[in-house]
Design a protein around this ligand. Structure first.
Ligand code: PLP
Length: 425
């Protein structure tokens, strides 16, 4: 098919897209195509509205905003947890919106890493996000354990993907805890969480997942899979705003376990203001909160998560796969001669919500895309990461991105830019 015939096809796919109306819910820059919703999701009008309402509550009510605001702050974390729960397949009381990804990882590891006897190690992987590794290393150091010995990182065979067989083979009887991503941030590979959880539990090991790249894009069944814990951020696919409060899941079988890091917001809510020096922890995932919630950072999530409640994660996933299917096909048809390699899984079961196009000139290709008002993401050393987002991107966007990449390569436009990354890539 020629490129022009493909554009007509993209327009037809947009006309048939049930989620197309949701694009109008978001602020998109005129003449620009945003393909970076897996790093920072865009602002929606509803998220803006709930933020402004919370600001008005502060202006008008002061301290009474805690109980009498339009979105009472005292119950806000619980309210947002109930909206997050269907996205991760947790019961509402197994989820809490609190902290941030890295802080929640610290909280959960400090709770569930219980080295004893010969089980003293944490198992992770060599492709995971650096912050997770830094957190695991410091948790080991806090227990007087040397990370060089006690943090085991499973290698990838090809630098892109993890093989579940390799992960399972590394679940030896010196491992106390496993922490893995749901979706790898570079390649977008989805791990088989159900299988890994079963394998871990068969060997007496607890397992938790980092859901940053899947929550809001891929359905999960954390409760039914028996996952011990999980944590994620709400500023990527969930569009909650830069640095917005994160999420965590603790399986109900662990309710009653005292959190490693305690604070007064982990109290049973009816006891919190007793101001007793003996903590009465909440009987559910609420216990894992520490201090006062960042209300203005939570507020946009009310509107942002409402959109997901309305659309449902299955519809989001269906369109997301259709978008990446279409992008893969165009890349195969149009970009193969220019040395691009699709470093993401082709199989739906293993594919997350973005595609990684590998190319030795990736850094300057990203700069050339930006000069065309297309916003990709660069991941060193050689990845152009593109995330067509179900709620606000179109099939025409996908077409235009691939057509622009083709022009950039044909005309060697990338050669005008330096092949190095910016400070925020
Ligand atoms: C984005 C991301 C993080 C970021 O953690 P913060 O604490 O929110 O800065 C951590 N892990 C993964 C896998 C991510 O994609």
């Amino acid at each position: 098919m020629t490129l022009t015939a493909n554009r007509d096809e993209a327009v037809r796919m947009d006309q048939q897209d049930q989620l197309a109306p949701y694009r109008n819910e978001f602020y998109l820059r005129e003449g620009s195509i945003y393909m970076d919703g897996n790093s920072l999701g865009l602002l929606s009008k509803r998220a803006e509205q709930t933020l402004l309402e919370s600001l008005a509550d502060w202006r008008e009510l002061g301290i009474d905003g805690w109980m009498q605001g339009r979105h009472p702050w005292f119950e806000l974390s619980e309210k947002l947890a109930a909206l997050n729960a269907p996205l991760v397949g947790g019961r509402a009381n197994e989820v809490m919106v609190t902290g941030s990804t890295t802080i929640n990882l610290h909280q959960l590891v400090s709770t569930f890493f219980a080295p004893s006897g010969q089980r003293t190690k944490i198992l992770a992987d060599s492709l995971t996000f650096p912050s997770d590794i830094y957190a695991l290393q410091s948790q080991l150091r806090l227990r007087g354990l040397d990370p060089a010995e006690h943090l085991v990182q499973v290698e990838s065979r090809d630098g892109r993907f993890l093989d579940e067989e390799d992960l399972i083979a590394a679940m030896t009887d010196d491992i106390a805890l496993i922490v893995l991503p749901t979706v790898l941030y570079r390649s977008g590979q989805v791990l088989d969480m159900e299988r890994l959880t079963k394998a871990a539990h068969d060997r007496g090991i607890l397992i938790g997942f980092d859901g940053c790249h899947s929550v809001g894009a891929v359905p999960h069944a954390f409760h039914d899979w028996g996952v011990d814990f999980a944590y994620w951020c709400n500023y990527k696919h969930l569009n909650g705003g830069p640095g917005t409060v994160g999420g965590l899941f603790v399986h109900e079988r662990h309710f009653g376990t005292l959190p490693g890091l305690t604070g007064w917001f982990g109290s049973r809510k009816d006891k919190q203001f007793d101001m007793d020096h003996t903590l009465t922890p909440a009987e559910d995932a609420g216990a894992f909160q520490i201090g006062t919630p960042h209300v203005l950072s939570l507020a946009p999530q009310i509107g942002a998560l409402e959109l997901f409640a309305e659309v449902g994660i299955d519809a989001v996933r269906e369109k997301s796969l259709a978008l990446t299917d279409y992008m893969m096909r165009l890349v195969d048809e149009e970009l193969a001669p220019y040395g691009f390699f699709i470093g993401s899984p082709r199989d739906h079961k293993q594919r997350g919500a973005h595609l990684s196009l590998e190319h030795p000139e990736a850094a300057r290709i990203c700069k050339a895309l930006k000069a065309h008002h297309i916003i990709p993401d660069f991941r060193a050393p050689n990845i152009v990461r593109l995330a067509p987002v179900a709620l606000y991107n179109t099939f025409s966007d996908v077409y235009d991105v691939v057509a622009t990449l083709k022009t950039i390569m044909e005309e060697k436009e990338y050669a005008q830019f330096a092949n190095e990354r910016e400070v925020v890539a």
